[in-house]
Design a protein around this ligand. Structure first.
Ligand code: NAD
Length: 264
């Protein structure tokens, strides 16, 4: 639908070997952008995905194995993309992990990992990519936060804290970069059916002592008025829109994509 609108632009999408990040990477490539994939996974499977996206669209697709919990690797990934493509015009901070536990017994190492991967990696990538965006006087930063960047749920203290942090970081960067035609926005989805959610269904079933079916209906989608999971394609198209000229004045927002959850 938006083919070619991002021709000549280059993007980095963190955590794009699966789920939402992969969907956004596919949508940006379909719109004409070169894409640097990133994330964990088996090398052969990642190469299959990389080659498939590159084959479908007339764009370069590369892969960085940078670990988003390591600041130096985040910085190097941005440098690698600038070297490969000549620029990083679009930065999508999407890599994320989840862990569900009451706060009193929340493992310290899980807190540290969630803060590092879900929040600090956004700081390190923005810090590395923003100077080039300013030089070229154009940039789009999209942080995949969550409805949990706006409201809380029990047993997700680290995730909720990190995602609220992402929303705050988004606003601060938007203000600092506004005069350079660089926008910075957060996308705040409710539940999207991805591997991360599949894991949560299992974890929540254990935490609540419920069946997985009951967790979906009575826990996960209890707060979601439209009673359906968000589709990955909806987020891909939204990312392409936020990169389009029509979205030039949209910056510093935390946009709920949640079927009405946070309207209540
Ligand atoms: P996913 O598990 O399918 O994908 C997560 C991606 O992050 C994978 O590519 C994984 O390899 C990568 N990743 C994890 N740790 C990494 C690390 N240390 N270094 C580099 N990459 C790493 O999950 P998803 O559901 O697609 O989630 C993507 C983002 O969307 C996350 O930030 C998540 O918090 C957010 N989100 C998800 C939902 C949902 O319902 N799925 C809702 C709101 C927000």
């Amino acid at each position: 639908m938006m083919n070619g609108t991002l021709k000549g632009r280059s993007a980095v999408v963190t955590g794009s070997t699966s789920g939402i990040g992969l969907g956004i990477a596919r949508a940006l490539a379909a719109a004409g952008a070169n894409v640097m994939l990133n994330g964990l996974g088996e090398a052969r499977e990642i190469e299959t995905i990389r080659a498939e996206i590159e084959g479908l669209h007339d764009v370069k697709v590369r892969y960085s194995s940078a670990d988003m919990s390591q600041a130096a690797q985040v910085r190097d990934m941005i440098g690698q993309a600038e070297a490969e493509f000549g620029a990083v015009d679009i930065l999508v901070n999407n890599a994320g992990i989840q862990f569900v536990s009451p706060v009193e017994s929340f493992p310290e190492e899980k807190w540290d990992a969630i803060l590092a991967i879900n929040l600090s990696s956004n700081f390190h990538s923005i810090r590395a990519a923003l100077p080039g965006m300013r030089r070229r006087n154009w940039g789009r930063i999209i942080n995949v936060a969550s409805a949990h960047g706006l409201v809380a749920s029990p047993f997700k203290s680290a995730y909720v804290a990190a995602k609220h942090g992402v929303v705050g970081l988004t606003k601060a960067v938007a203000l600092e970069a506004a005069e350079s035609s660089v926008t910075c926005n957060a996308i705040c989805p409710a539940y999207v059916r991805t591997p991360l959610v599949e894991d949560q269904i299992r974890d929540q079933a254990r935490a609540h002592g419920m069946s997985e079916e009951d967790v979906v209906r009575e826990v996960m989608l209890a707060a979601q008025p439209n009673k359906r999971f968000v589709e990955i394609d909806e987020l891909g198209e939204l990312a392409v829109f936020l990169c389009s000229p029509a979205a030039s004045s949209i910056t510093g927002v935390a946009l709920p994509v949640d079927g009405g959850w946070t309207a209540k």
